[in-house]
Design a protein around this ligand. Structure first.
Ligand code: ASP
Length: 335
């Protein structure tokens, strides 16, 4: 009889204890941080570009290109569209802009070809898609998204990726579409020296979903079907609603081995670092010590943005629901 009473008593008192502990926790909790309704950040590559070599015309053309791209994503997000749609559409703008090393405007391989890499990731379910070494898909970021949604795979390369894109009805162009030497010979020279112009985007939508995407022609003068970090999930591209979205730009051979994008997310997840501290640690400490040049743009699930780089400049632009926005190229520009 007694035993029968003791068990429910233990149960009730432990319930009460849990309840009071929960309440205590609540009382001690820090005030809730307000989350941005939506946010978006993009890069157009990082490098040691010499400010004196940038003509005022080129400077404003780059800034105009970045603003056009971010405005595309901003419109989608403010109207309630998804982070994935914003990432894809904004990156397509820069892929179509010959100033950037992605899509039209991609740098040349050692053999004078253009081989393009791209990836996209959905932070809500960790779905991802990527293409590498493609030569005739007009918008590799769309191909990456199609791999994510319409195939059972994460990454397709070369001829197989092209075949898949054709089957899916994506826009195919002759490889000469990417060949912009006559019109942009001068620019190619700059890109070759500065090794920059990759594009990337991270977005947070009104539903709290994060997405990241990156698209590039890779490193100029690359050989033997070299693939960089951009299409490798966790290296150049990563998104996870639990932590952040990241898109990287820089010397891919380092970004792959230092698993840069995932490292930032892991530092947040396992060490509780803020987005800013995690991204600064990776870019301005770990990568610097490794001798790797580059930067990242990233966005956490509250809409905080961080854009660290360890080069002289990084094309970058952002916009948030509270009306803040900015477009920058060089280090030291007031953000
Ligand atoms: N990360 C790219 C690659 O290694 C290049 C770049 O971002 O400039 O392919």
């Amino acid at each position: 009889m007694k035993a029968k009473l003791i068990i429910p008593a233990i149960f009730i008192s432990s319930l009460l204890l849990t309840f009071s502990c929960k309440n205590e926790k609540k009382a001690a909790a820090v005030p809730e941080v307000k989350r941005q309704e939506w946010a978006i950040v993009m890069h157009g590559g990082a490098g040691d570009m010499a400010q004196e070599r940038m003509t005022p015309e080129l400077d404003s053309a780059y800034r105009r290109g970045l603003k056009e791209a971010i405005n595309t994503g901003k419109k989608i997000l403010s109207e309630g569209g998804s982070a994935l749609d914003a990432v894809e559409a904004s990156i397509r703008k820069l892929e179509d802009n010959p100033l950037f090393n992605a899509g039209k405007g991609a740098v040349f391989t050692h053999d004078g070809k253009n081989e393009l890499d791209a990836a996209i990731m959905d932070g809500s379910n960790l779905a991802a898609g990527a293409v590498a070494g493609v030569m005739d898909i007009k918008n590799p970021i769309t191909a990456a998204r199609t791999v994510m949604t319409k195939s059972e795979h994460v990454m397709l390369t070369g001829i197989g990726a092209s075949l898949f894109a054709k089957e899916q009805g994506l826009e195919i162009v002759p490889p000469s579409y990417f060949y912009t030497e006559t019109r942009f010979g001068e620019l190619q020279e700059i890109l070759k020296k500065e090794k920059m112009g990759t594009v990337g985007c991270c977005a947070l939508d009104k539903n709290g979903n994060l997405a990241a995407g990156t698209s590039t022609g890779g490193m100029p003068n690359k050989k033997y079907n070299r693939v960089g970090d951009a299409p490798i999930i966790g290296a150049g591209t990563y998104a996870n609603n639990a932590t952040c979205a990241v898109s990287a730009t820089g010397h891919g051979e380092y970004f792959i081995r230092w698993t840069v994008a995932h490292d930032i997310s892991a530092l947040m997840e396992y060490k509780g670092l803020s987005l800013k501290d995690a991204s600064e640690l990776v870019v301005n400490d770990k990568l610097v010590k490794a001798g790797a040049k580059g930067g990242v743009i990233c966005l956490d699930n509250l809409g905080n943005i961080s854009m660290p780089f360890n080069t002289k400049g990084m094309f970058r632009t952002f916009a948030t629901a509270d009306g803040k926005e900015g477009t920058y190229i060089f280090k030291g520009e007031k953000e």
